[in-house]
Design a protein around this ligand. Structure first.
Ligand code: CTP
Ligand code: CA
Length: 225
């Protein structure tokens, strides 16, 4: 079949992929989360593994399952746990693709007991999480490829370029929530890739599997020169 005829162009390459949302606990029964389905990250992990890469997939809570049996899956819940897992794996990989929708803020304190309903208004103090991608960018070794995502609703390209540069990325995948059929929840996505030379490639709306192929082709080009 087509799969087995495919050249294993990523054989011997170790790649870290993150996927899904994170859940930030408020109390023992509640959390702050987001609508990320995990589909994009799982599709990327499957595509890389089908090309022969040794893939570690660090994922937040999701119903997704991998098609490729060689993928090593690490399940995490919170942004702090995802950071810890990524820091452990990153030094040994050739590339990292960070597609997870990581919470930017987490409750400053987690209530030990379920918070009781009381006043008309309730405030929950939040503190910033560590930017995982930026942390990896600061640790990036020569030859390592680091890929991030940007989810934007306005000034898309400017914001994406700013993230690309601040986080020391080799390229960034821009998702615009303004494009119909694109984003978090669905089965399709429309992306623009901007690389460190600020070379921009716009892709059509396609299935997340096809989008994963476009992203992985770019990673393969960078890894294999
Ligand atoms: N990211 C991360 N750790 C965080 C927040 C984001 O690793 N704590 C990563 C995401 O996985 C993604 C990239 O950073 O690859 C961009 O995420 P995005 O939410 O678009 O950007 P932020 O830098 O968080 O900025 P903002 O949400 O304010 O636009
Ligand atoms: Ca964010």
């Amino acid at each position: 079949d087509a799969e087995s005829k495919k050249k294993l162009v990523l054989a011997g390459k170790k790649i870290l992929v993150t996927a899904g949302p994170t859940y930030e606990a408020i109390d023992p029964v509640r959390f702050i989360g987001n609508h990320s389905s995990g589909k994009m990250g799982f599709a990327i992990a499957d595509e890389l593994a089908s090309m022969g890469a040794d893939v570690t997939l660090v994922t937040g809570p999701t119903a997704q399952t991998s098609k490729q049996k060689t993928i090593k899956r690490i399940d995490v819940t919170s942004a702090a746990q995802m950071l810890e897992a990524c820091l452990a794996v990153y030094p040994g990989v050739n590339a990292a693709i960070m597609s997870a929708a990581v919470a930017d803020y987490t409750p400053a304190e987690v209530a030990e007991q379920k918070i009781k309903k009381q006043d008309e208004e309730l405030s929950i103090q939040l503190k910033k999480t560590t930017d995982i991608l930026k942390t990896l960018g600061q640790q990036k070794a020569a030859g390592q490829i680091l890929v991030g995502f940007a989810l934007e609703t306005n000034d898309e390209e400017l914001n994406a370029i700013s993230k690309l540069q601040k986080k020391n990325l080799d390229f960034i995948v821009l998702n615009s929530l303004n494009d119909a059929g694109a984003g978090f929840k669905g089965d399709t996505n429309k992306i623009t890739i901007i690389d460190s030379a600020l070379h921009k490639t716009m892709f059509d709306l396609k299935s997340k599997e096809a989008v994963a192929r476009d992203i992985c082709d770019k990673v393969t080009q960078l890894l294999n020169g």
